[in-house]
Design a protein around this ligand. Structure first.
Ligand SMILES: Cc1ncc(COP(=O)(O)O)c(C=O)c1O
Length: 265
């Protein structure tokens, strides 16, 4: 599918490790290599997750992590750019330092610093960095709890989901589960919307996730529709529902969400 979408204008492939579960990176890197493209991993949800033993975010040329409040470790907002190809380091550093070579100055490599490129103020403050650092120090504990929540949903919903032919998340053999998210894939949009409405009536916020980019107003107004039917994207747009998932979710909360789901149909 990816290969069929590559054109003369393609510069990069941006695989999304959705729910923190790895894309098949060997295949993607091979396609990128064959067409001389960059790979930028969207590892927003993928902290502490692996592909064939390699940490996600370390495989493509570049990778972006998110520390938005919904992520396993968070700084409220913000993120991290991982650079796996040395040739991008200097420019990234300049963009990071508001468009200046201040970092070179601090390292004593130049005797003054000035404007070199575009940039912005992407640095986190010390306070934000400290808030995040405390979570990194406790990553194992956070991950253990999140994986317990994930397992709780999985075992609690498995039988019901099989009966209703609702799909639960699957982790391919080459990937790990980082306990980022738990979702259900319903049979059709009507069933999904009924489930979301049922959760809402019972005081539970469960949300769809995401709308397809190629169907968005931005994309369709801006580009000729060159994208063929992306049936998987469209199915997930219509059928996926994300269940409440956060570190403080209690066993009682978990049981309640499971029992509300089961009473929906
Ligand atoms: C897959 C994915 N990509 C990108 C983003 C954007 O991350 P941020 O909000 O930190 O810019 C998110 C955040 O929700 C995400 O889940």
């Amino acid at each position: 599918m990816i290969e069929g979408l590559v054109t003369a204008k393609t510069k990069a492939i941006v695989p999304v490790h959705y729910a923190g579960v790895a894309c098949d990176m060997d295949k993607i890197m091979a396609i990128a290599g064959a067409h001389n493209l960059l790979v930028i991993e969207d590892a927003a949800q993928a902290v502490d997750s692996y592909y064939k033993g390699k940490p996600l975010g370390s495989i493509g040329h570049l990778a972006a992590f998110s520390f938005h409040e919904t992520k396993n470790i968070n700084a409220g907002e913000g993120g991290l750019l991982a650079i796996n190809d040395e040739k991008f380091i200097r420019r990234a550093e300049i963009i990071w330092e508001k468009g200046t070579n201040r970092a070179e100055f601090f390292r004593g490599e130049v005797d003054k610093y000035g404007w070199k490129d575009t940039g912005s103020s992407f640095l986190p403050s010390e306070i934000i960095a400290a808030y995040l650092w405390a979570q990194i120090e406790n990553l194992d504990e956070i991950q253990e709890k999140r994986k317990m929540i994930w397992e709780g949903y999985y075992t609690g919903l498995k039988e019901w989901a099989e009966e209703k032919q609702i799909r639960l998340p699957q982790i391919p053999g080459y990937a790990t589960n980082n306990g980022h998210m738990f979702y259900l894939v319903c049979n059709n949009r009507e069933q999904r919307d009924t489930l979301i409405a049922h959760f809402k009536e019972n005081g539970v916020l469960a949300v769809f996730h995401y709308l397809s980019l190629h169907k968005s107003e931005y994309y369709t107004n801006r580009y000729r529709s060159t994208v063929p039917g992306l049936t998987h994207c469209e199915k997930y747009t219509d059928c996926l529902v994300r269940l409440p998932f956060y570190y403080e979710l209690t066993d009682e909360n978990l049981k309640s969400v499971i029992s509300i789901a089961k009473s929906a149909f």
